[in-house]
Design a protein around this ligand. Structure first.
Ligand SMILES: Cc1ncc(COP(=O)(O)O)c(C=O)c1O
Length: 391
């Protein structure tokens, strides 16, 4: 019998040995065997089935991390999921698994700014070149492919500016040119969109955000297909990236309510979007108004939208924008998102990254809002009070 996503999340990871509805937290560095022959037996089992949870040392994981890997493999509909201590660890792992000195990477311009730094600046030291493409003009992607292009790295929607692109076209361009593909799918999670099903080789989710949902744990997941599995496994081994069992337990606990929270984030965000869309100074960066390319691309691939949105605000006086965000009472001012609470962040170059295709006018400002699980009426009231400060 097969169950829906929602039912699966509620019934998964029961511990039949201890009769508890939740799995035990198994903390281990050393794993004790009866003999060296016994160790070899486990190692041979691992060789035959490297995704099967056969561990000879705690760095590979314990039953607690393995349970989370099994759940995520099922919901991503992929071959295997690697776990990392942060979402950014998964971004790093996806790239260094497949890229070598002399290679080139094509990166969607609106990526998370640390991803931009990693590719454009840090990897330059290893003779790896990064070229950015415009997510709304895939010709800029097609034209920039060379014999050296090894990877196309996408973040969808774009960080802070929320561009949606034609993802199947990206995949078909990549396949035609035998290029690996990776996507950062943190905004939607596989609840709203499953990148592995449309042909991505790797898909990243920062578990720090909606998976855990309570702003108290960090982690990352990297879903892979069979084609890249061995490459990622090798890179994972040499980097020693490992998610601790306590964090894995909290993420598993968060996943039980992922669907309920995301449905509610979406409902609240739509109410807030309806309110903000009436304000003439604001261009809403959220799939809300039906008349745009962004909306069509969102509709084509996603079954829903999460609680993170951008506002492109026209204002001559920058200080008035800061006054707007600083005066909000129900929106905390800070990094990250995906927890139960609402957050606001004014985006300056440090947050945006040195973008090639954003084209913000001098009197335009980006503000990011995370719409939490509070009563949306209160959030709207708070926004209404503070929007008056914008000049
Ligand atoms: C889109 C996106 N990807 C990846 C990350 C990195 O995740 P983490 O903070 O878990 O390292 C973030 C963090 O804000 C993010 O917004």
């Amino acid at each position: 019998m097969s169950y829906s996503f929602k039912t699966f999340l509620k019934h998964t990871a029961k511990d039949f040995h201890n009769q508890s509805v939740n799995p035990p937290v198994v903390r281990a560095s050393t794993i004790i065997f009866k003999s060296i022959q016994d160790i070899r037996k486990t190692q041979n089992k691992y060789k035959k089935d490297p995704t099967g949870g056969h561990f000879d040392y705690g760095r590979q994981g314990t039953s607690t991390t393995h349970i989370l890997q099994k759940i995520l493999t099922k919901i991503e509909e992929c071959y295997h999921v690697f776990l990392t201590p942060t979402g950014f660890g998964s971004v790093f792992l996806s790239i260094i698994s497949v890229v070598r000195p002399g290679d080139e990477i094509l990166v969607s311009d609106p990526v998370y700014s640390p991803t931009r730094f990693l590719t454009e600046d840090y990897l330059k030291n290893f003779n790896i070149k990064t070229i950015f493409y415009n997510p709304h003009d895939l010709n800029t992607l097609r034209k920039k492919i060379t014999k050296k292009t090894k990877l196309i790295f996408v973040e969808s929607p774009g960080s802070n500016s929320f561009e949606f692109q034609d993802l199947s076209k990206v995949i078909s361009i990549a396949k035609k040119n035998k290029i690996f593909t990776a996507i950062d799918n943190t905004w939607a999670t596989p609840y709203f969109f499953k990148p592995m099903k449309i042909g991505f080789d790797m898909s990243i989710v920062s578990a720090t955000k909606y998976y855990s949902g309570h702003s108290d744990v960090m982690g990352g997941s990297l879903a892979v297909n069979k084609k890249v599995f061995k490459l990622v496994e090798k890179a994972n081994k040499v980097t020693g990236l490992r998610l601790g069992p306590d964090d894995a337990y909290l993420i598993t606990r968060g996943l039980r309510t992922l669907d309920l929270r995301l449905d509610k984030h979406q409902e609240n965000a739509r109410k807030v979007a309806a309110f903000l869309s009436k304000n003439k100074k604001i261009k809403l960066l959220y799939p809300y108004k039906k008349d745009s390319f962004n909306f069509r691309m969102w509709k084509k691939y996603y079954s829903g939208a999460s609680g993170l949105m951008g506002l492109r605000i026209k204002a001559k006086n920058k200080k008035s924008i800061l006054k707007f965000v600083n005066s909000l009472k129900l929106f905390g001012y800070g990094y990250s998102w995906g927890g139960f609470e609402s957050l606001a962040l004014h985006q300056e170059i440090r947050e945006q990254g040195n973008r090639k295709f954003l084209n913000l006018a001098k009197d335009e400002h980006l503000v990011r809002l995370h719409i939490g699980l509070e009563d949306p009426k209160d959030l709207i009231q708070d926004l209404k009070r503070c929007l008056k400060f914008i000049k």
